[in-house]
Structures are given as C-alpha cells and as structure tokens.
Design a protein around this ligand. Structure first.
Ligand code: NAD
Length: 496
C-alpha cells in the first residue's frame, strides 16, 4: 500500500493531515494505494513555490531551458519501462501500449527542446521611415493543467513541456485515479536540472480544480477530460479571466467506402476500437459501412473480435486490459444493455467475461453492435469502452452527414482508394483531426492536437505551434532612435 502526495519545491511533500482517495489495481479490483486530496492551505504553499520558480526560470535563456529539456528527454528514455509499469498498475492498459503512450508524450519534450528556434520573433525594418518593429512572445506566469485518467503520462506531456519551455511555471493536477506517474515525471525533471518550483504537482479532485480555476495567481488553464467537465471548466475559468483550452470527449467515426482495402480497414478498426479497452479519446467507436461493403465488413470484424485476448497487463499476449474503475465498468455494461433495448444487433457480447485469477477485475470483452441507428443513445453518447457500433450508410453523402451531424468532432477517418472522395472528405468534414487510410489520426508533437464542436472549448489546440501560442503573450515593439529626423508633433494617424 502506498500513499501519493504533492510535489513542490523540487520534492515530494507528504502532508498526513489531508484526506485521501483510494487508488485501485483495475485488473484485480483491489485497493493498492491512496492519494491526498489537497486543500486551500496546500494550494497556497504550491502557489508560493511556483511564484519563486517562475521568477528564476523566466530569466533562463531559451537555450539553457532547452538543455534541461534535453536532459529530461534522456532520463525519460532511460526510465521508460518504469513509467510504463506504473501506468499499467494503476490504469490497466497493456505494457506495449503504455510504452507507446509515454513515447508519444516524449515527442512533445523533443519538440520543446527546439524552443530557441520556436520562440524566435518577427522583425520588420522600416515599418515607417527610420522606424523598426518587432514581435516577441513572453511567458504567461503560472500555468495549470488538469488531466484525465486515460493517459497519465501523455496528456500531461501535451501541456507542461511546452509551457515550461516557454518560461512558465506549471502546476499539474493529474487524475486522482492514476496519479503516481505524474510524481515520477516531476522527480525526473528535477533530476534533469529544472529549478525548484517550476514544475509542481497538486493532487485532488473537483474541489481543488475549482480552486485552481479561480486562483488569481494562475494565468492559464489547460484541461483534458469529459465534455460536461470541459464545458464547466471553460465557462468558469473564462469568467475568472484565465486563458483556457478545454478538450472534451469524442465519438470518432471511421468511414469505410466500398473501394477500400478491406483487410487494412478491418485491422484499423480492430486496433482503434478495442486498443486500451476503448478508453482513448481517439478510439474509433463508430464504423460507417458504406453501400455493399457492409456485410463483408461486419463478418471480418466479427472474426477478428472473437480472437482478441482480454487479459491483465502482466500477460504479454494481452490485446486489451480492464476498464479503469468499478463505476466505469457498470456504466459500460449499462450501455450494452441499452444498445440491445434500442434494437441494435448485438454481434459480439462482452458482458460476463471471466478471467481466471482476476474475477474481480473491471474487464469487459470486445463488444460489437451492427445496424446501429443515428437516433440511438449508443450512437450519440460517448461510452469510452470496448464497444464498437456499425452504422450502415447507403452512400458517401449519407456517411459524411453522420460525421458532420454528430455533437463531437475530435477525429474521423476514411478508408478509400479514391483520391477525389478522400479530398472531399478532408475538406468538408467538421472534424479537428482527420485520417485517410489511417485509423487514429493523432497528430505528432510538431503539429497540434485538438477537435471541433463539443470536443474542444477554447481557441487553441494542444502542442505544436498552437501550444507555443497558448503559453505565451505577444508583445510588439515599435522603435525609433532620437537622432533620426524630427518631424514635430503629428495629429493625424501616421501613414508612412
Ligand atoms: P473527467 O472529466 O471525469 O476528469 C478529468 C479531470 O477533471 C480529472 O483530473 C478530474 O479530477 C477532474 N474533474 C472531474 N470532475 C470534475 C468536476 N466536477 N469539476 C472539476 N474537475 C473535475 O474525465 P476522465 O474520466 O478522467 O477521462 C475520460 C474523458 O476524457 C473521456 O471523456 C475522454 O474522451 C476524455 N479525453 C479527451 C481527450 C481529448 O484530447 N479530447 C484526451 C483524453 C481523454
């Protein structure tokens, strides 16, 4: 049994007076640890630490910051197995998948190492006669990030490496369901040479989030989680005049056209629907079978689904592990009941799965519904589990309407061998991240991650240049030297 506390002033600070929340091993359904739920006093200490951190860090040259980020990258690479194991124990995803997720986070650190180049401003000579003008980007101050359970390393790493590279201090509030990884990530940053107070971790639940979004010393809020909470955060943090980016839920569609390479499409669907037990914001949860391809597609998916191995992360052959919690398991099972009641055709039923030695784990088997209709709850709502819905569309235009009329707009992909159709799709879909013959179109760190519609509230996506813009303020200076020609006072707007 372990206890996770807060990280500030370059170390873990255990406060025994704080209440705690339980941490579970989802494979066994057993309590394995506790995490503190921070209060105002604890937040105030962390804010003081962050203020000191920011004062020192914002004076570091971008090149010095880059060197520390580079050390950090090396330390994470050396310890990637350790981080993956921590993730598996609390989240339940397979080991290889956990390694993949840390690697995707690490790419953001690699991107942030380029900060001297990324922060280069713009300069114009002679914007007027003998007048020059330049723009620079300066840090905001103390930034904060609130993250979900499903990627305990990657999602925080979408935020803090860039924020810190830009010269800010950062306070991370990870999910209370799997908080251990954040503490390790913070310890490694200190080991890399980051001054104390620049990266702090505060643990807790909604109560501490509400304090973070209203704290006067915090300049920006980055949030990733479910849509109802993303909306709430966006609304309330904006009311408190913070810069906000709030990423929400998803219901990602994969459109399979009659001319698609069917085997490729099926491989894409299986991995993207059932990988990480469907607990990915870029999981494919709807396959849209267009025209005559439908029966063939359903049969091939069905055959693949039957061969998937559901097992704890310690089993190297596992394709997918358990869900995060007993409550979430109940919710996903209820959705399968709802799908049946709504009249969708249940092809593969993941309820009642039993794994020897792990009978109390939060496992659901891969579940497949065919003939799902657009008015059904299982189509409209985010299930966030291994439940794939197949919707049959008569043609491409009907498939595109399905994608565009859905409330979520995170990701979508199309499988086709027709360039014209794929070009029409990328131009006309109301979606933030689009794949062509790629199942999970997650942008690399040097592009930016973010959806449309109810999948993102705010003006900026995460990482890439969007991250640099979000975590900095623009300053433009216009300059003339006193020995240049004097014109006397001017009462009209200057025009040359
Ligand atoms: P969640 O919304 O329950 O929690 C996210 C964070 O918000 C946690 O840190 C939690 O402590 C905090 N929180 C929870 N309730 C709160 C409240 N009432 N007030 C303030 N803070 C609160 O999400 P989750 O279950 O941890 O994660 C799953 C969700 O995250 C899914 O909906 C998934 O689609 C989404 N997600 C989205 C993306 C994306 O990029 N769009 C990425 C990953 C996950």
């Amino acid at each position: 049994m372990f206890k996770i506390s807060n990280f500030y002033d370059g170390k873990v600070n255990l406060n025994h007076n704080l209440p705690t929340s339980d941490i579970y091993d989802p494979s066994k359904g057993e309590k394995i640890g506790e995490v503190v739920l921070s209060d105002t006093k604890e937040l105030n200490k962390i804010i003081e630490s962050s203020k000191k951190g920011f004062e020192i860090w914002s004076d570091f040259t971008p090149l010095k910051r880059s060197r520390i980020l580079s050390n950090y990258k090396n330390i994470i690479e050396k310890n990637i197995n350790l981080l993956a194991e921590i993730i598996c124990k609390e989240h339940g995803k397979t080991f290889d998948d956990a390694i993949g997720s840390v690697t995707r986070g690490l790419e953001v650190v690699e991107f942030a190492c380029g900060i001297p180049h990324l922060l280069k401003g713009e300069f114009s000579q002679n914007v007027g006669t003998n007048i020059d003008s330049w723009s620079i980007r300066q840090p905001l101050g103390i930034c904060s990030g609130i993250t979900p359970f499903n990627f305990p390393a990657m999602v925080p790493m979408w935020m803090y490496p860039i924020s810190i590279a830009c010269g800010n201090a950062f306070i991370l509030k990870p999910s209370e369901k799997d908080p251990s990884c954040s503490i390790k990530l913070a310890e490694f940053f200190s080991e890399a040479g980051l001054p104390n107070g620049v990266f702090n971790v505060i643990n807790g639940n909604a109560e501490i989030v509400n304090q973070l979004i209203s704290n006067k010393y915090i300049s920006s809020i980055s949030f990733v989680g479910s849509t109802p909470i993303a909306k709430l955060i966006y609304e309330n943090a904006s009311k408190n005049f913070k810069r906000v980016q709030a990423l929400g839920g998803a219901k990602n569609h994969m459109v399979v056209m009659p001319d698609a390479n069917l085997d490729q499409a099926v491989d894409g669907i299986i991995g993207a629907a059932y990988g990480s037990a469907g607990e990915r914001c870029m999981a494919v949860s709807v396959a849209v079978a267009v025209g005559e391809i439908a029966d063939n597609l359903v049969n091939k998916i069905k055959n693949n689904v039957e061969n998937l191995k559901v097992a704890p992360w310690t089993d190297k052959d596992s394709n997918m592990g358990p869900l995060i919690s007993r409550e979430h398991l109940k919710k996903v099972l209820e959705y399968i009941d709802i799908g049946e009641e709504e009249g969708a055709q249940l092809i593969n039923d993941g309820r009642n799965i039993k794994i020897q030695g792990y009978e109390n784990g939060y496992f659901v088997g891969p579940t497949l519904f065919d003939k799902v209709k657009s008015n059904m709850r299982i189509y409209n709502e985010e299930i966030f589990g291994p439940v794939l819905s197949i919707v049959r569309a008569k043609d491409y235009s009907q498939a595109l309407d399905l994608v565009n009329n859905h409330q979520f707009g995170n990701g979508a992909s199309i499988y086709t061998s027709n360039g014209e159709v794929s070009r029409h799709f990328t131009t006309n879909c109301k979606i933030g991240m689009v794949g062509i013959n790629v199942p999970i179109p997650v942008p690399m760190a040097f592009h930016s991650f973010g959806g449309w519609k109810d999948s993102l509230f705010g003006d900026h996506a995460m990482h890439g240049m969007e991250g640099i813009r979000f975590y900095t303020k623009l300053k433009t200076t216009t300059s003339r030297w006193p020995d240049s020609i004097e014109t006397g006072p001017e009462f009209k707007m200057p025009t040359n």
